[in-house]
Design a protein around this ligand. Structure first.
Ligand code: HEC
Ligand code: HEC
Ligand code: HEC
Ligand code: HEC
Ligand code: HEC
Length: 195
């Protein structure tokens, strides 16, 4: 009786151990995503838009600098230009049809942090970190690809090393930092990025 219960417990221990190993493996796989560049449902080119045609990042990714982020542009943004630009090309007609039907394009995500991490663009943009520091030379990419791996160490390394002048909106800290003649470091306490 006791023996069989013990065995059951061991079975449980093995199962838990297996789950932990699987978890670590999954995280390790997720961490080695540099260069990940999935094919998108529409062959959208950042090089053509942000590079050749100099459309600013935030023209399309509006809101990344604010509380309400919805960074992937909805189709009405595309149609603002493409109701005229290249309107007779099949690929644009596909976009127009999706727009008319109210069916958003299912873009495949490239960057995706685990749910338990607190991240928002606004602090970074306010502190003057360029999009390219984290996402690379997007304006040269036809198909977007992951530029760096956002494991914890990468976030912390920058927070430790990079000083910045607090955003103009943060007048008190900005004035203090300027007054003392030095910029401040981004926070590295666990609670900065985890609840
Ligand atoms: C500010 C204007 C503007 C916006 C907004 C815009 N585009 Fe474009 N798009 C262009 C221009 C300019 C070209 C290049 C036209 C050319 O050279 O023939 C282009 C070209 C394209 C092409 C290539 C067509 C081809 O095969 O030659 C695709 C696909 C495309 N855009 C998709 C999109 C999608 C999807 C969106 C929305 C996420 C979007 N565009 C938003 C201006 C815009
Ligand atoms: C004309 C609109 C447009 C402009 C301008 C634009 N983007 Fe995008 N961006 C998109 C669309 C549409 C997607 C989703 C499709 C894709 O991944 O290619 C996207 C995807 C991305 C992604 C990947 C998101 C993810 O995790 O899946 C990043 C990062 C990005 N853009 C950064 C930038 C940066 C940086 C710039 C300026 C240099 C820029 N974009 C300019 C429309 C635009
Ligand atoms: C400090 C690094 C950093 C900077 C600077 C940065 N990003 Fe990001 N970006 C990230 C990370 C990390 C993610 C993944 C966020 C997540 O999964 O919650 C991301 C995700 C995105 C996405 C996809 C989000 C989604 O919901 O699909 C877009 C689009 C994007 N960034 C565009 C931009 C643009 C445009 C800029 C400049 C205005 C910019 N990023 C600046 C780190 C950064
Ligand atoms: C290239 C440098 C850089 C990288 C990479 C970076 N950060 Fe930051 N981060 C900053 C700077 C600069 C600030 C501004 C500090 C501030 O406003 O407090 C900041 C602020 C933050 C804040 C707000 C802190 C506060 O004041 O409460 C959070 C949360 C945060 N980052 C999370 C992340 C996460 C998560 C990652 C990785 C996915 C990351 N950061 C990657 C530079 C970076
Ligand atoms: C600047 C942001 C940042 C700070 C500060 C930070 N973390 Fe993380 N942490 C992350 C990110 C991003 C991930 C998810 C990516 C990964 O797993 O590396 C993560 C993942 C984790 C995980 C999941 C285990 C793993 O490796 O997958 C644990 C546990 C963790 N953090 C604990 C901590 C503790 C404890 C501290 C304080 C000593 C801390 N974190 C501080 C950003 C941060």
């Amino acid at each position: 009786m006791i023996f069989s219960r013990l065995k059951e417990r061991w079975r449980l221990v093995t199962l838990v151990a297996l789950l932990i190993v699987l978890g670590i493996w999954k995280v390790a796989m997720a961490a080695s995503n540099v260069g990940y560049s999935p094919a998108q449902p529409i062959p959208f080119s950042h090089k053509l838009h942000a590079g050749v045609n100099h459309i600013p990042c935030q023209y399309c990714h509006a809101g990344v600098d604010r509380d309400t982020e919805s960074p992937i542009p909805p189709l009405n943004v595309c149609m603002g230009c493409h109701s005229v630009v290249d309107a007779n090309k099949p690929v644009i007609q596909k976009i127009a049809a999706a727009y008319k039907a109210g069916k958003p394009i299912q873009w495949v995500r490239v960057y995706d942090l685990p749910q338990f991490v607190k991240f928002a663009h606004r602090w970074h943009i306010a502190a003057g970190v360029a999009c390219q520091t984290c996402h690379g030379p997007v304006q040269d990419m036809n198909q977007i690809r992951q530029y760096r791996e956002f494991v914890m160490g990468e976030c912390i390394a920058c927070h430790r090393s990079q000083t910045y002048l607090p955003a103009p909106a943060d007048k008190v800290h900005r004035n203090l930092a300027t007054y003392h003649g030095h910029e401040v470091n981004a926070k590295t306490e666990c609670s900065t990025c985890h609840n």
